[in-house]
Design a protein around this ligand. Structure first.
Ligand SMILES: [Zn+2]
Length: 390
């Protein structure tokens, strides 16, 4: 089973500069490859394959003006060309739109490293060719400090390692092959989980996980974020010259502040989902049931869209599912047309006119009064039970 891990790097000044050089070169090679494909196609040619394009890139590198491309590790460009070819291939087969060029401003700086060439210790990571000189006493700059110790196993089989910059820090993401978990037959009952607007997750066991966006900490940050956004747009208006927006030093500073704030909010929300899903899995249920999140459908409802986005429903579903597979818990997705909210969990009667604003479920048939989301989670649990018993 493949597990993807991410760890933050702590580069020194020299290393930091080199990482940006690597990412810049990768971007250049990607755009170069895309341009070759495009020109070739417009001239009536067919798709150029990866092998051919890499050969041409090597020739291109040897031209007098392009010697600078030799300052970074060879694998960086090789993979960037391959990525461009893959993206173009998808377009060529009609599976995707024409790939976009990576702009300096918009694209996220990142590059690939050869999995065979990286090395981990408990505290450091070695990347290839960060040192520009081959001298022995310069080779220590190839070693990066890691923000978390012993996060990545030493001597594992690594796949597709990528280094990327999120606007503040550099990260390494790497796939690691781990042995499949032994199936354990849990004697515990299953759990149905309903995701909601008021609370994040309501379990059929009665556990409720609150909406983190309603805590004072997140509210304060959100308020700060809104204020900053307003300030920036006002500054843009004020510095408009001849109908065009200008970036001033002050604006750049505030935008950096805003980015930092946005990151913090994202971190808090993601972290909360990680904790919640872990806690649910730790109860060792025999199965977990969730609704098929037709998120795009929910996004059309303006009332729901914001909550879905802020609470990262899709992320919750994705993480819950892989955590189940890691821990050998059966994961069941209830059909999108299964009326988990409208059905009475006690008698099975379906209430057609249930509104989103009805927080309590009143059953006309058996007279049951039950919290709307809790009712849905029990229905999801029952759905799972019927699937298992089939
Ligand atoms: Zn009923």
């Amino acid at each position: 089973m493949l597990k993807t891990l991410r760890v933050m790097l702590i580069p020194n000044n020299y290393q930091n500069t080199r990482l940006f050089q690597f990412a810049g070169t990768a971007r250049f090679a990607y755009n170069w490859a895309l341009e070759q494909e495009k020109k070739n196609y417009e001239a009536g040619g067919k798709f150029i394959n990866d092998y051919e394009l890499r050969k041409r890139f090597t020739e291109f590198k040897q031209e007098a003006d392009n010697k600078w491309l030799y300052t970074v590790s060879n694998n960086v460009c090789k993979q960037a060309v391959k990525d461009a070819v893959d993206a173009y291939k998808k377009f060529f087969k009609g599976l995707a739109e024409h790939p976009k060029y990576k702009s300096r401003k918009r694209s996220k700086p990142s590059f690939y490293v050869d999995p065979i060439k990286i090395k981990f210790t408990e505290t450091h990571l070695k990347l290839e060719n960060i040192a520009e000189s081959k001298k022995k006493n310069r080779q220590s700059v190839n070693w990066f400090r890691l923000a978390e110790h012993e996060r990545i196993p030493i001597d594992a089989k690594y796949s597709n390692p990528r280094v990327s910059y999120d606007g503040f820090n550099w990260f390494l993401t790497v796939g690691i092959e781990i042995p499949d978990p032994k199936p354990v037959v849990s004697s515990n009952d299953g759990i149905g989980i309903d995701l909601g607007v008021k609370d994040l997750a309501i379990c059929s066991t009665g556990h409720v996980y609150k909406n983190i966006n309603k805590t004072s900490r997140v509210r304060r940050l959100k308020k700060k974020q809104r204020r900053l956004q307003r300030k920036i747009s006002l500054k843009y208006e004020k510095n408009k010259k001849g109908g065009r927006y200008q970036k001033t030093r002050n604006i750049i500073k505030s935008e950096k502040q805003l980015l930092r704030l946005t990151h913090r909010l994202t971190d808090i929300r993601t972290n909360y989902i990680q904790q919640t899903t872990s806690e649910i899995v730790k109860r060792e249920p025999s199965f977990i049931v969730m609704e098929d999140l037709n998120v795009s459908g929910m996004m059309k409802n303006r009332h729901l869209a914001r909550a879905v986005q802020e609470q990262k429903f899709a992320e919750f579903y994705r993480i819950m599912r892989y955590k189940c597979s890691w821990n050998c818990v059966t994961f069941i997705t209830a059909d999108r047309f299964y009326a988990s909210s409208k059905t009475c969990s006690i008698c099975g009667n379906i209430k057609k006119d249930l509104k989103l604003s009805d927080r309590t479920y009143h059953c006309e048939h058996c007279g049951a009064v039950i919290d709307r989301d809790f009712n849905a989670s029990i229905n999801l649990y029952k759905y799972g039970k019927s699937v298992i018993n089939h």
